[in-house]
Design a protein. Structure first.
Length: 407
């Protein structure tokens, strides 16, 4: 008989009762455990782990990470502001994204971030203009598109030539040369991120080889660099697929970049740090059967966790309390008015009753951060458990939160 589901010793069902559902619950200990694993894997001195805020920008989660000296990777002015508010040191923040506005560049320059990961020549010129206006040279790295297949979902693969991200090697070199010529640009190195939820080492190794090739050419031209940022994308296990072995990844990267010990290695994991540290708790509302399917209707939906609907992603799901009886194949669906609204399909679950709590696992990354108010559903509350104590870190939205901003 499976045990009652707990988070750092607190029963999930009691958390649902106390804070209501749908509810995201995160464990501080679980986040720190993942960070420790990564730190152990990356032995090269000076390596920085820059947490990709997009996975989960909740301030309490950010604070857990920045308190231990992690850096941050951001992709908008909003994420930059949230990283700064949480206490990440500006010199530990890298700013990526293909469409940074001048206002966003200004904020980064004003606060003195570590580097802008620049993704096009036109963006580099805009950054140069922003730097000239502020009379402060802009640190930048060039995002290389290595044209590598990451073998992940097409929506989250970013390192192919047909993707909008980064530039190809000749342009990357051209941008580095421009950096050398301009007094308002300060070239730092290369950036590369080939996609998300990648399970094998091969794509990372091929991307690292492509980055090393450009580094060799920079070196041949006498262009100095101090950063090599290999992005995030470290795959976690949600079901059958194995987790990416971060120790082997670290070894492969460290070997590839060993000719340049002066350069700091950066990695930008999001999912790896927080996915497994989070649960989404939902309450069973109703059950129904058609001639073809059994449905369990719960109070969380695709607006709370979009990943199953959007990517066909598999998330483990289980009752918070053990339930007796024969297991049956069911679809766990939400109240949103779309057939694409489901959390789990054709899963073997024990009998569930209205009022029961179910827990969706691996929900700490790209869960709340991708949630919406679709169908005018207020967004869920978030709770952080630390040292066996639960604390509300984001209050549940109300219908007023939806209606009042409208004029
Ligand atoms: N660095 C850059 C430049 C990125 O674009 C991303 C993710 C990361 C780091 C972090 O990747 P991670 O380590 O979390 O895989 N919504 C999708 C994932 C989109 C990822 C976008 N970029 C999902 O739910 O699977």
């Amino acid at each position: 008989m499976p045990e009652e589901l707990t988070v750092e010793g607190l029963p999930a069902a009691a958390l649902a009762r106390r804070f209501g559902t749908p509810l995201f619950v995160y464990s501080r200990a679980a986040i720190l455990d993942r960070l420790t694993r990564l730190r152990r894997a990356f032995a090269r001195p000076g390596t920085a782990i820059c947490y990709a805020l997009k996975a989960n920008p909740n301030q309490a989660v950010c604070r857990v990470l920045c308190a231990t000296g992690a850096g941050a990777e951001v992709v908008s002015g909003g994420e930059l502001a949230r990283a700064l508010a949480a206490g990440f040191a500006p010199r530990s923040i890298v700013f990526s994204g293909v469409g940074k506005t001048e206002a966003e560049m200004d904020l980064g320059l004003r606060r003195g971030i570590l580097t802008f990961n620049v993704e096009s020549c036109e963006e580099l010129l805009a950054l140069e203009r922003a730097a000239r206006r502020r009379r402060r040279p802009a640190p930048f790295s060039v995002r290389l598109n290595p044209d590598v297949r990451a073998r992940t979902h097409p929506h989250v693969t970013t390192g192919r030539a047909e993707n909008k991200f980064g530039v190809e090697a000749p342009q990357a070199l051209e941008m580095a040369r421009r950096g050398r010529r301009s007094r308002w640009l300060d070239f730092q190195g290369l950036h590369c991120h080939i996609g998300s939820q990648i399970h094998d080492l091969g794509p990372f190794a091929r991307a690292a080889a492509a980055v090393a090739e450009v580094l060799r050419r920079l070196q041949a031209e006498g262009i100095a660099f101090s950063l090599v940022d290999m992005g995030g994308g470290l795959g976690v296990s949600c079901g059958a697929e194995p987790e990416l072995d971060c120790a082997r990844l670290a070894q492969a990267l460290e070997r590839e970049f060993s000719p340049w010990p002066q350069a700091r290695l950066l990695v930008e994991p999001g999912r790896y740090l927080v996915a497994g540290a989070g649960l989404l708790l939902a309450r069973v509302l109703y059950r129904k059967e058609t001639s073809r399917r059994r449905f369990v209707i719960v109070d969380a939906a695709m607006n709370d966790l979009a990943r199953p609907s959007l990517y066909g992603a598999f998330h483990p799901i289980a009752p918070a309390r053990p339930r007796k009886g024969p297991r049956r194949r069911v679809d766990v669906v939400g109240p949103v008015c779309e057939s694409g609204d489901f959390l789990a399909r054709q899963r073997l679950l024990p009998p569930l009753q209205p009022g029961d709590i179910v827990a969706v696992g691996m929900a700490g990354a790209y869960g709340f951060s991708m949630s919406s108010q679709y169908n005018s559903r207020p967004r869920a509350a978030e709770v952080l458990v630390e040292g066996g104590k639960a604390r509300l870190t984001r209050r549940r939205e109300t219908v007023d939160d939806i209606v009042l901003p409208e004029l």
